[in-house]
Design a protein around this ligand. Structure first.
Ligand code: SF4
Length: 364
């Protein structure tokens, strides 16, 4: 790995004996290594020396051992919202990218040090036991709840552990959700079975202003094309949709670029979600990203307490994007995650349960 994204690598007592730690050390030559007792020790140091503690946490990697159950039901289910039927495993907390809208800025404010768990073999054991015990159940498992699933793959090689495991279980699907173009480690693996790689997309101007450190949408689409050609299932998230002057034109161009890169038969689904935030996130965004245009529009709290664009604006955006996709292909499923039943009905004319194709995603 060149251009190591870390100023220092912290090792928790005991992780230096784990094979995963050896792999990470070999990929970060020249990065100073320190032993620490806990993430709190690092956090205290950062609090004493750094003005932007959250941003500084992104440049420190803490390798730790995870104790407990990795597999969790997606916590996105909240009052009044329709949520995907989804499980998460969190192998990494925090992210090397720095999107202005990222909820981690608030969610991880007490523990922002970029933390990775060095015992993925314990996760493999847990997942195998779960998939075997429940052959009648489907498991859609994502690793991108508290991080970007692929941005650090060259430093933290989790895919080579996870992908072969999912290859073996027809009742399980691994979703790697990313804004990165780091797909070489995936392309080096022999079997893409039961793996979906999905990209969050925004128009170039939005990505440049609001998604710092990420490759632009064209680089992401080129990476998606490579994965499609290698046999991976590919999905896309227009999430968060960010309304801005001329958004209909910029998103139309993005949809064009998407379908120029991956043909409809290669696209598993496209999800839509609007910019949303909890009250506490707004001052953090204003402080850390003073140039943001996120708050040029009005937002109102929904039933789950999160602020969103006014419902007519959201419905217009979803309708417009859905139509753009359907004009390209009627065969690509489009769904909305973290939206109310009313919005689903307003946009699609039905709740997702009435759509058999999408049943797999929902747990109503
Ligand atoms: S890529 Fe995702 S996790 Fe990373 S900073 Fe952006 S929103 Fe947050």
């Amino acid at each position: 790995m060149t251009n190591a994204p870390f100023d220092v690598l912290y090792l928790e007592e005991g992780v230096e004996r784990l094979p995963f730690t050896h792999k990470v050390l070999s990929r970060l030559p020249g990065v100073p290594v320190e032993r620490v007792d806990s993430a709190e020790d690092i956090q205290e140091r950062l609090a004493r020396t750094e003005a932007d503690v959250f941003g500084a946490g992104k440049r420190r990697l803490f390798l730790s051992r995870f104790r407990g159950d990795f597999l969790k039901k997606c916590p996105g289910i909240s009052p009044g919202m329709v949520c995907c039927n989804y499980y998460v495993v969190n192998l990494i907390k925090n992210c090397v990218y720095d999107c202005s809208y990222c909820f981690l800025q608030d969610f991880l404010s007490n523990n922002p040090v970029l933390t990775a768990f060095a015992n993925p073999e314990d996760l493999v054991r847990e997942l195998e036991a779960t998939f075997r015990t429940h052959p009648e159940r489907s498991f859609r498992v994502g690793t991108g709840e508290l991080t970007d699933s692929l941005a650090l793959e060259e430093v933290l090689p989790y895919a080579e552990v996870l992908v072969p495991l999912f290859n073996r279980y027809p009742n399980a699907v691994l979703e790697l959700k990313t804004k990165s173009d780091i797909v070489a480690p995936l392309l080096a693996l022999p079997d893409p079975t039961n793996v979906i790689v999905s990209w969050s997309l925004n128009p170039p101007g939005v990505a440049e202003l609001e998604e710092k450190g990420t490759p632009g949408p064209h680089a992401r689409l080129a990476a998606a094309r490579k994965c499609f050609e290698a046999g991976y299932r590919v999905g896309f998230h227009f999430d968060p949709v960010i309304l801005h002057p001329g958004w209909e034109k910029t998103y139309a161009q993005l949809v064009d670029d998407l379908f120029d890169s991956v043909p409809p038969e290669g696209i598993e689904w496209i999800s839509l979600g609007s910019f949303r935030y909890r009250r506490g996130l707004k001052p953090v965004i204003r402080d850390r990203h003073p140039e943001t245009r996120l708050f040029d529009s009005e937002h109102v709290p929904a039933e789950d307490g999160k602020f969103r664009y006014l419902r007519p604006l959201r419905e217009k955006a979803y309708n417009t994007l859905r139509r753009m996709v359907q004009d390209k292909s009627g065969a690509v499923p489009v769904y909305m995650c973290m939206e109310s039943k009313e919005v689903w009905e307003g946009v699609t004319g039905h709740t997702p349960r009435a759509d058999e194709k999408l049943d797999v995603f929902f747990d109503l």
